[in-house]
Design a binder for this molecule. Structure first.
Ligand SMILES: Cc1cc2nc3c(=O)[nH]c(=O)nc-3n(C[C@H](O)[C@H](O)[C@H](O)COP(=O)(O)O)c2cc1C
Length: 223
């Protein structure tokens, strides 16, 4: 398979929720997981671990949990966008359709990567701020993003999911995860059933970035 360029990979890394049940060759899985290990973490402590679930009975049990969380989320989300412009409603319908497919076929996912973290071993520099702390997550989601990009490079579909975190106690028990470890993400991976990765819709940097001061437009003229 031809190598995909990094910018092309990043700009076509969309959520792929329709996956074929075909197994993933061990060498491919190895490359994808090795990419996760290259991610930067605070103090280089690598306070994450990943449980690769391939066993069908465990996947079925996780599928039950995922479906409960997904259908609750989907019905809430549908209500939220009921008054939104038609284009938003249409893209939401598309996303929910793909999400339903993932939930309904969860048990046949060839591999599910459960990313875990240990808060006792993480650099959390915003721990004492009077708001929700996010810095700890940066020592886990870098590894998750590397994994997604490696899947993109390998032609594997994937999507970062977090709904199983609502059922952390059950997931911990199913996978024998120690008490002092939490779960941060579940990434189903597999070869795509349809088109797989492709064009994404994102706001441009001019809408998200500023120059020198918050609110000051950032511009890139005549490039
Ligand atoms: C923090 C986070 C949590 C997410 N949780 C879920 C999830 O539980 N289930 C799911 O189907 N997608 C989940 N997603 C995928 C997003 O819905 C998806 O990345 C976003 O809608 C953009 O989709 P696109 O890449 O196809 O444009 C999550 C993404 C992120 C970054």
């Amino acid at each position: 398979m031809a190598e995909v360029g990094l910018y092309e990979a990043m700009s076509t890394l969309r959520a792929v929720r329709r996956l074929r049940p075909d197994p993933i060759p061990r060498a491919v899985l190895h490359r994808v997981l090795e990419a996760a290990t290259w991610a930067p973490t605070g103090g280089n402590t690598q306070p994450w671990r990943v449980v690769v679930v391939e066993e069908s009975s465990t996947m079925a049990a996780l599928g039950d949990l995922y479906r409960t969380a997904w259908y609750a989320y989907a019905s809430h989300h549908k209500k939220l966008v009921a008054q939104a412009p038609e284009a938003v409603q249409r893209s939401t319908e598309k996303m929910l359709g793909a999400g339903n497919h993932l939930a309904d076929h969860f048990d046949h996912t060839p591999a599910l990567l459960i990313f875990c973290f240990n808060p006792n071993n993480m650099a959390i520099t915003d721990r004492d701020q009077p708001r929700v702390s996010v810095v700890g997550g940066a020592s886990i989601y870098t590894a998750v993003e590397n994994t997604l990009l490696a899947c993109r490079a390998e032609g594997l579909g994937c999507v970062l999911t977090t709904l199983l975190c609502q059922h952390e106690t059950e997931v911990r028990s199913l996978l024998s995860i120690p008490e002092d470890w939490g779960t941060a993400a579940a990434v189903p991976i597999g070869y795509p059933l349809l088109g797989g990765h492709g064009p994404i819709t994102r706001r441009p940097i001019e809408k998200l970035g500023f120059q020198d001061r918050w609110g000051e437009p950032i511009q890139f003229p005549n490039e």
